[in-house]
Write a protein that binds this ligand. Structure first.
Ligand code: NZQ
Ligand code: ZN
Length: 385
């Protein structure tokens, strides 16, 4: 196992009827900016509940944070905070709203051009406004991690940053708040969480015994509940299990002390930036092809994955690996998520543009061995057509 330093300061308040806890979680004298996305949080009554819990505190709103939040929109929130001297942020929404809030929290007091936060991946952030979140979409893990992904629309650059200064102080996870999600977003959440686990698990054996077992347990939970959570949208226990699994998938726990990949995400980000494909769907396109192309370097873990997650024990090593990759693909497809580029009207002729974007963003040495060069990314994309 590798050395690690694991610190996660986010308080999780989990369960039905927990939005009222904002009354004691947000400082009494806070001047709050409430950040949200489109209209879902208003329509389903979550915003009203949040406002009621905040009582007599000074509360202003900033709505309109779009999926794959844009730098352009978020900078307007930064201006509002500076103008109105607000000092506490509350994100109400999914990964995009929480990620956007992290950027805003760091940008308000940033010395220099805030876009540098993305260009330097967050390395120079020295402080951020405190914030909490009310999660409405289980998927990204943003509610309990220090990462954020922001898109600059003008240049089609979708870049990630992280900093210990942008952990939420708390996140409220009320599974009933996810009942109004379109099924497409629920399916996206299952695939995003699944891929987060795979990025930290499916590398090479590193003797992280408990990390492996945790990861396999989370993967098996998603395989078990994925189809059910779509079939029974208002089943509390299924929603609760999905929500907690997605949080644990990317809160640092399973990734501590083990190698990590993340090449599927980096290639996926370019697909969203260029073609507007939902984040999780880009992962469903890239992951099976990535496992296929890098099967030699990942052989040990692919065999372990085949046996422990999919119970594949028959056949030669290569047959077991083939079967595990096929199971992964058909699991995504069973959630109504196409796993090849043409399923999104993108053809092989797009590959040059995608590879150019990777080069522009210095994504030239990805993966746990840093050996996913542009040439390897190209082969992965060719295998995803
Ligand atoms: O904008 P509104 O009207 O709220 O609608 C949203 C949005 O259209 C809707 N929605 C959310 N909660 C709802 C709801 N609709 C009805 N009822 C509810 N309860 O869902 C749509 C998608 O929301 P979004 O926040 O974009 O989805 P998600 O949570 O999947 O977040 C995706 C973003 O997170 C980033 C992605 O790159 C992408 O930008 N990621 C962040 C990560 C992190 N911080 O660690 C890791 C991930 O790998 C990912 O990259
Ligand atoms: Zn993701």
């Amino acid at each position: 196992m590798n050395n690690f330093d694991f610190y996660n300061p986010t308080r999780i308040v989990f369960g039905a009827e927990t939005v009222g806890r904002l009354a004691d979680l947000v400082p009494a004298d806070a001047r709050v900016l409430l950040l949200y996305g489109g209209e879902s949080a208003r329509k389903n009554g979550t915003l009203d509940e949040v406002r009621a819990a905040l009582g007599t505190r000074e509360v202003q709103e900033f709505g309109g944070i779009e999926p794959n939040p844009s730098y352009e929109t978020l900078m307007r929130a930064v201006e509002q905070i500076r103008d109105q001297q607000l000092d506490y942020l509350l994100a109400v929404g999914g990964g995009s709203v929480i990620d956007g809030t992290k950027f805003v929290a760091a940008a308000v007091g940033y010395e220099g051009d805030p876009w540098q936060i993305l260009e330097t991946r967050g390395r120079h952030i020295k402080q951020a406004l405190p914030f909490g979140s009310v999660l409405t979409l289980p998927a990204t893990g943003s509610e309990m991690n220090a990462a954020s992904v922001v898109t600059r629309r003008a240049t089609k650059a979708k870049l990630a940053f992280s900093s210990p200064h942008v952990y939420p102080q708390f996140s409220i996870l009320d599974p009933t708040k996810t009942y109004t999600l379109p099924l497409r977003q629920v399916a996206n959440g299952v695939v995003d969480a699944f891929t987060h686990i795979m990025e930290q698990y499916l590398t090479y054996p590193a003797d992280g015994m408990v990390q492996d077992r945790f990861a396999e347990g989370l993967l098996q939970t998603l395989v078990e509940i994925g189809p059910k959570v779509l079939a029974k949208p208002d089943d509390y226990d299924l929603r609760a299990n999905l929500m907690w699994t997605a949080t644990l998938a990317l809160n640092g726990l399973i990734g501590a002390g083990v190698p990590q990949d993340w090449s599927t995400h980096m290639i996926g980000h370019e697909l969203t930036a260029l073609y507007g494909i939902d984040h999780a769907r880009t992962l469903a396109i890239v992951l099976p092809a990535n496992l296929e192309i890098r099967r030699e370097a990942k052989r040990g873990k692919l065999l372990q994955y085949a046996e422990r997650v999919w119970h594949i024990t028959e056949g030669t090593e290569d047959q077991r690996i083939d079967a595990a990759i096929a199971k992964t693909r058909s699991f995504f497809e069973s959630l109504d998520i196409p796993t090849r580029l043409p399923g999104y009207n993108v053809g092989a002729d797009a590959i040059d543009d995608i590879v150019k974007q990777l080069e522009r963003h210095a994504m030239t040495q990805l993966g746990e061995h840093r050996d996913v060069t542009l040439e390897v990314s190209r082969r992965i994309l060719e295998a995803s057509v």
